[in-house]
Design a binder for this molecule. Structure first.
Ligand code: GAF
Length: 394
C-alpha cells in the first residue's frame, strides 16, 4: 500500500512540527562491495518514506506505520530490541543518539510513502535515515550527512544485528538528482557521476519475492568475505579490505582459504573493477559497455556469489534475451534473494519492454510484477510544513 505526504501529515493528532522526506535508492553497480570496503554506485530516487512528527509531553514515541496499518508505543529511553522489526529500525537510531549523550524527546510520529518494502530499494535504510535526520535536528546534534550514515549503519550492525554495509543509508542521505554517487566505502569519499547515457533509461522490475537481509544468507556472505580477507592478510598484512585486494593476491591464498570463500572474494574483487568501468561507461555514454557490465554482474551474483533466485533469474534472462535486437542490461539489485532487477533499456523501447516483461513474468509465475521508472532525487530533507495540509481543523 502506498501513502501520500498529506495522509502522513494528517495521521497525527495535531499539526506536524516537522515533515521529512527520506528516499529509497537504486544501485547502478557495485553489489556486496560496501561491507568489503570497496566501491559502489548508488543513487537516491523519487520514491520515498515521509515522516510527520510533533513533540509530545509523554516520555515515549507514539508510532504509526501507515503503509502497513500498524501502530506501536515505544517507551523512552530506548533499551533493547523488541519484537517488531519496523519499530526496531527507529528505536536503534534513537539508541545511537542516546549513546552520544542526548535525551530523546517524546514524539508522535507517523510515516508512510511509495517505497515498496522488501523490494531491494532500501525502505529500511530510508526509515533509519529519515528518523536519524529528524533526531539530529530535534536534539541539535549537528551531525553532517556522512556521520548520520555512519550512525545508521552502526544501528543496523549493533542494534539489529545485521552486518550490512553503509551503501543504502549513505545513498538515501546524500543522494543527488544529478547522477549516481561513486562512493569509496573505506574512506567515505564520494562524487556525483555524470550519466551521458541519454538514449537509455533505468527501469526496476519487482519480482515480488520479498527480500529480507536479516533472515537471508547475507550474514553468511559477509562472514565468507571476512574469512578470505584474513587469509590474504597472512601474506599481505597491509591489505585492509577485499576492496583493496587484487586478483593476483587472491591467487596466492588458494591453498589457505576455503574454495567457497575464494569464490565469493573473487566476485567482490571483480565487481569492484566493474564499478570503475561503469563510471567510464556513464561518463562516455558507452551503452554497450554499461549493458555488458550489468549482465556480467548478474552472472557473478547468480553463479559465484549465489544470491539470486529463480524468479529474478527469469526476469534477467527474459530482459536480456528477447530485447537483444537493441540490447538490454539487467541484473538483480541490492542484497539479493528476491526484490528488483535493474534494467538499462533504450528509451524508445521502454514501453514495449515493460509490456513484454510483465506478460512474460505473469505467464511463468502467475503474478504481475511491478515496474518502476527511475528518476534520481536529492537525499533526505525537510519538507516545509506549510506545504503539507494536515487535515486538522484547529
Ligand atoms: C543490502 C545492504 F544493506 C547493503 O549494505 C549492501 O551490502 C547491499 O545489500 C549489497 O550490495 O542492500
Amino acid at each position: 500500500m502506498s501513502t501520500t505526504l498529506n495522509q502522513v501529515a494528517a495521521a497525527l493528532s495535531g499539526p506536524p512540527e516537522y515533515v521529512v522526506r527520506s528516499p529509497g535508492r537504486i544501485n547502478v553497480i557495485g553489489e556486496h562491495t560496501d561491507y568489503n570496503g570497496g566501491l559502489v554506485l548508488p543513487a537516491a530516487i523519487d520514491r520515498s518514506i515521509f515522516f510527520a512528527a510533533r513533540r509530545i509531553p509523554e516520555n515515549d514515541w507514539q508510532l504509526k506505520a501507515l503503509d502497513i496499518g500498524q501502530e506501536a508505543t515505544l517507551p523512552l529511553p530506548v533499551n533493547r530490541p523488541g519484537a517488531r522489526q519496523w519499530v526496531n529500525y527507529l528505536a536503534g537510531i534513537g539508541r545511537e543518539f542516546q549513546k552520544l549523550g542526548y535525551t530523546l524527546p517524546g514524539l508522535e510520529l507517523s510515516f508512510g510513502g511509495d517505497l515498496p518494502a522488501g523490494a531491494g530499494m532500501s525502505s529500511s535504510a530510508a526509515l533509519e535515515g529519515g528518523i536519524a535526520f529528524l533526531l539530529n535536528e530535534l536534539v541539535q546534534a549537528g551531525l553532517g550527512r556522512v556521520d548520520l550514515a555512519r550512525l545508521t549503519q552502526r544501528s543496523s550492525n549493533e542494534f539489529l544485528g545485521v552486518p550490512s554495509g553503509i551503501m543504502d543509508q549513505f545513498a538515501s542521505l546524500n543522494g543527488s538528482p544529478d547522477g549516481p554517487l561513486l562512493l569509496n566505502c573505506t574512506t567515505l569519499d564520494y562524487r556525483v557521476i555524470t550519466n551521458k547515457l541519454s538514449d537509455h533509461t533505468f527501469l526496476l522490475v519487482n519480482s515480488l519475492v520479498s527480500h529480507d537481509l536479516a533472515n537471508s544468507e547475507y550474514p553468511v556472505r559477509v562472514a565468507q568475505c571476512r574469512e578470505a580477507l584474513r587469509a590474504i592478510q597472512v601474506n599481505y598484512p597491509d591489505v585492509k579490505s577485499l576492496g583493496a585486494t587484487t586478483l593476483d593476491q587472491l591467487m596466492d591464498i588458494s591453498d589457505t582459504c576455503s574454495p567457497i570463500a575464494m569464490q565469493r572474494a573473487r566476485f567482490v574483487v571483480r565487481e569492484n573493477q566493474r564499478v570503475i568501468k561503469m563510471v567510464g561507461a556513464l561518463r562516455e555514454g558507452n551503452a554497450d559497455l554499461a549493458i555488458s557490465l550489468l549482465n556480467e554482474t548478474h552472472a557473478g551474483l547468480r553463479n559465484a556469489y549465489e544470491v539470486s533466485c529463480p524468479e529474478v533469474d527469469y526476469l534477467q534472462q527474459q530482459a536480456t534475451r528477447v530485447f537483444s535486437g537493441s540490447a538490454v542490461g539487467a541484473r538483480i539489485m541490492g542484497g539479493g534473494f528476491g526484490g528488483c532487477t535493474i534494467n538499462l533499456v533504450r528509451r524508445a523501447d521502454a514501453a514495449d519492454f515493460i509490456d513484454f516483461i510483465k506478460n512474460a513474468y505473469h505467464r511463468e509465475f502467475g503474478r504481475w510484477p511491478d515496474v518502476y521508472p527511475v528518476t534520481l532525487a536529492a537525499g533526505t530533507n525537510f519538507v516545509p510544513v506549510s506545504s503539507t495540509p494536515t487535515g486538522h481543523s484547529g
